[in-house]
Design a protein around this ligand. Structure first.
Ligand SMILES: N[C@@H](CCC(=O)N[C@@H](CS)C(=O)NCC(=O)O)C(=O)O
Length: 220
């Protein structure tokens, strides 16, 4: 049995997309990370920092989004989203997949927080270097690892879509836009997005957010 611990519109949304791509059965356990008072303490036995995503596959718990993505793509290899060990794109695949959480996410978060530092102060380096590197990668090849869609794209495209389109933190670059255009009509992407939206709109946090804004709109 595969249990997936998830919160809509969060970093675990890339894993939801991956699960849809893989076409496997899973039980979704929703963790309301935005609830008042925080995530209940008993979730810590699944994820040590009480974060999503996490999975429990036949009793084995796996945490950390990159590890979960590698695990699922390899374990359900019939979907063809994990380049084989001897595939020439296995190296770029692992690099980009891990890069998303080890460099993209923390360096951009540091920039959003307004941190001032030098590249050698932190393992993830500078956001500016990350942005130029991802731009170069996506100018040189159509997908994260090479010429075909892999599980690394569920990570990279989710990261770009969220930070460029929703947060407006990642600068718009033609390579980023063209890349999102290449993945946005995938049936698994669309079905994951629809599931996520439905779940998000059923959470008190987003109901309050969107409810409040529509009330404001009525008053105008
Ligand atoms: N290192 C974790 C980070 C996951 C993470 O940051 N998850 C966020 C969702 S966007 C979370 O659960 N936040 C809830 C909290 O910090 O209380 C991973 O890669 O899986």
């Amino acid at each position: 049995m595969l249990k997936f611990y998830h919160a809509p519109w969060s970093r675990s949304s890339s894993v939801l997309w991956l699960l849809e791509e893989l076409g496997v059965d899973y039980d979704l356990v929703e963790i309301d990370i935005r609830q008042e008072g925080g995530v209940p303490e008993d979730y810590r036995r699944i994820q040590p920092s009480k974060k999503v995503p996490a999975i429990d596959h036949d009793g084995t718990i796996i945490t950390e989004r990159a590890a979960i993505t590698i695990y699922l793509a390899d374990r359900f290899a019939q979907a063809g989203l994990a380049p084989a060990i001897d595939d020439p794109i296995r190296g770029p695949y692992l690099t980009m997949l891990v890069y998303c959480d080890a460099v993209f996410d923390p360096s951009l978060s540091a920039q959003i927080q307004g941190w001032t530092y030098q590249s050698n102060h932190f393992a993830f380096g500078l956001a500016e270097d990350m942005i130029n590197y991802v731009d170069r990668v996506l100018t040189e090849r159509p997908f994260a690892a090479g010429d075909r869609f892999t599980a690394a794209d569920t990570q990279l495209a989710s990261a770009i879509a969220y930070t460029m389109d929703m947060m407006k933190a990642l600068p718009e670059r033609p390579s980023f836009r063209a890349y999102l255009d290449r993945v946005k009509d995938r049936p698994a992407y669309l079905s994951a997005a629809a599931k996520d939206q439905k779940m998000a709109m059923a959470t008190p946090f987003f109901q309050k957010q969107f409810g409040d804004s529509s009330t404001t709109g009525d008053d105008d």
